[in-house]
Design a protein around this ligand. Structure first.
Ligand SMILES: *[C@@H]1O[C@H](CO)[C@@H](O)[C@H](O)[C@H]1NC(C)=O
Ligand SMILES: *[C@@H]1O[C@H](CO)[C@@H](O)[C@H](O)[C@H]1NC(C)=O
Ligand SMILES: *[C@@H]1O[C@H](CO)[C@@H](O)[C@H](O)[C@H]1NC(C)=O
Ligand SMILES: *[C@@H]1O[C@H](CO)[C@@H](O)[C@H](O)[C@H]1NC(C)=O
Length: 214
């Protein structure tokens, strides 16, 4: 640059230094993008695609869990218990079902779904949310779609449903209006849908080996 024109070279350098100083001084909270991130994603993409030839066998079995834990922050014991099972080196996906209409709840999905457990929980795992009219349908969607390629789950983990009869009584005591207004997710997982989900898992397990077992 100096060989061709020292004047323009000096101008260029001072302009560059000026802009650099300005940016450092302002400290804007902007992510400028990183080539390393691109590289990491490229490698991950290739690795998952390479699993196309991976074949399941007793010898290389790594139990992978789909954990229907709802909001993981509210079901910490279940989340932590499953976290202790990570030594099997399988994929662990924590699944959460949001009950409601897709259009209404879409913002919820955008706000919170980052596809990983929140960092402050200090547990590295996937986290998927699904919007469905009811818990059973949502759980079915998660069972079909959680995971990627061969990084799928083959064990379904559900919390043990407490107070079967009490919840039933509660529902019966309510008037129909109350029942429709009642939106406590714990209550929506009715006795029927819980049993139906378990039945489905067992049926899938017996029909197609290599799928969910409980
Ligand atoms: C993932 O791999 C496929 C097939 O090699 C390629 O077409 C695609 O661009 C890759 N995506 C990324 C994000 O690297
Ligand atoms: C999981 O991976 C680690 C690191 O490769 C290995 O030491 C360990 O034996 C693996 N565990 C199982 C159960 O395969
Ligand atoms: C379930 O039963 C226990 C003990 O009987 C009680 O403390 C708890 O509040 C009940 N939970 C619900 C959701 O009814
Ligand atoms: C729970 O649901 C199952 C399956 O629908 C039903 O057979 C059973 O009677 C129910 N139990 C109670 C306590 O409501």
């Amino acid at each position: 640059m100096f060989a061709t024109s020292w004047f323009y070279a000096l101008m260029c350098i001072s302009l560059g230094v000026g802009i650099c100083a300005y940016v450092i001084h302002k400290k804007p909270n902007i992510y400028w993008g990183s080539a390393l991130d691109t590289r990491a994603k490229y490698i991950a993409n290739e690795s998952v695609l390479d699993l196309v030839d991976y074949r399941y066998h007793v010898k290389n079995y790594q139990p992978s869990f789909l954990v229907l834990c709802g909001n993981p922050e509210l079901r910490l014991p279940l989340v932590k218990f499953c976290h202790t099972l990570r030594r099997g080196n399988g994929t662990i996906v924590y699944g959460d079902v949001i009950c409601g209409k897709f259009q209404d709840k879409l913002t919820l999905l955008n706000n919170r779904a980052s596809h990983y457990l929140p960092k402050y929980m200090k547990m590295r795992a996937f986290y998927e949310r699904s919007i469905s009219p009811d818990l059973k349908t949502g759980a079915e969607s998660l069972m079909q779609l959680a995971g990627l390629g061969k990084l799928r789950c083959d064990v379904l983990v559900l919390g043990f449903k407490k107070n079967w009869s009490e919840l039933r009584k509660q529902k019966l005591d309510m008037t129909p209006e109350e029942q429709t207004q009642h939106t406590d997710p714990a209550d929506e997982f009715s006795n029927e849908s819980y049993v139906a989900l378990l039945t489905e898992c067992l049926v899938t397990y017996f029909l197609k080996k290599n799928h969910y077992c409980y």
